[in-house]
Unconditional design. Sequence first.
Lengths: 254, 293
Amino acid sequence: MNRHEQFAQALLTPGLPCPDGLFSRNGADPASRFAVYRNNVHSSLINALADSYPVTQQLVGEHFFRAMAGLYIQAYPPISPLLHDYGSDLADFIKGFAPAADVPYVADVARLERLRISAYHAIDTPVANPHAVVNQLQQLSSLGNVRLQLHPCVATLRSDYAVVALWAAHQTTDPVARLDPWHGQSALVLRNGLEVEVFCIDSGCVTFINSLNNDWPLEMAMAYALDAASEFDLHQCLGLLINHRAITQIKVHP
Amino acid sequence: MTLSSLPDVAQAQAPGLPRRAGLGLKSEHFQQVLATLPDIGFFEVHAENYMVAGGPFHHYLGLIREHYALSLHGVGLSIGGEGPLDHAHLARLAALVERYQPHSFSEHLAWSSHGPVFLNDLLPLAYDDATLKRVCEHIDQVQSTLKRRMLLENPSTYLLFQHSSLDETDFISEVIQRTGCGLLLDVNNVYVSCINHQQDPLAYLNALPLHSVGEIHLAGFAEDADSLGDRLLIDDHGAPVDNAVWQLYQQALQRTGPVATLIERDNDVPAFSVLHAEARQADQHLLAAAVHP
């Protein structure tokens, strides 16, 4: 085993002894100094995850979160120096993490926090002026051959839990009325200018947005949305996308 | 020693960063910096933080770059790594250099990746011929890809390797001589390493190729103790610059003359005004070094 291999394994695995060939000039046990590196690696990565998942941490508590993050790091150390991407699958880990089984909504809150990070750093693309979008849509004679292109930051999340309410309750220091996490909610995440915004949307709106993102024409997206939820309100959903600058382009193919 | 006896200093810096104090740019300070345009010599950013597609980081850095000199500081290239440099990462660095035209690019004498795993720490190297050859090849590759001279930062370390055959200062001198890169003199790292390894910081400083210094870093450290209860200093960038480091900085400036100086703070980041006050303190030392070389 080469030197860095042994060093790296000992850093990631707390039970392993300090690597060979190290010393301290004062004669101190090298393990007491190797511990500094091991602590730097673990604490900096745990801090990176805590920065990415602040609400997840609040829901399970700091002690629980740091212990869980430590196990995640041992199982899945970063494979890129771009730490904003690190832990993008933490929600899957939480879902399979037995000690978190009593709080099954936490994994979905982690998914929501990950979508917010992705939206924050998403590529910059010019968006259409809301008035221009409305004017153009009003002049269309048919929706069958119209496609709405959404900004790459736009994402949705379906959850069996009150994922948006849980997240929103931790955005304020005001005391929140006791909330019931045990009912399903869906989220729309987008970046409006420089601000990431989160909305609670209905199942039809999720289907509508996902259909647009899959390049279905407006008419088909509407049909799918009504299939998913008969109460789907096109004007409300479209208004949300237009007013929060989520539409980059209207494409009409004759 | 006087400034006039160090003819290489000006050459080492030009056309680099202004010989002023600078600050690390924190996202929580973006708006305040743009709104108030404080009198700061330059800003430094960690390159990896800006390796994102779009959004507020690029928006604000683009605007701030219009007003300030910029230092791009890498923390993830793993120049001392046993394997080849990560080509994709080097390409991302080149794209950032192209986009923001920084006045300086710097990286560390350390390794942080092994195989596919990124360890997110600046890990120590054994100073032997094999490491020297590898580090020089990697620096050559960086400089030819980025089409510019880079600065290499001296490390803070907590351990030594039995099979090191060169002193750290000799190793750094040799790398600089072979590659033509400059030195990012981290005075806090000098102090931290020297306390940890029972060396005289001034002797260490004097053994470095100070004619190649293109930038200085100052930061705070944390105190710990090893198995013998001896002081073990940890370079955590989480505290104000220590008095001992300010003193060593003044001694360094007597040897280098005024050099762009960064106040580094990455943890427990205080209000901008607190960092600005530390920058002003560095500016006063720079002024004194210019007036009384």
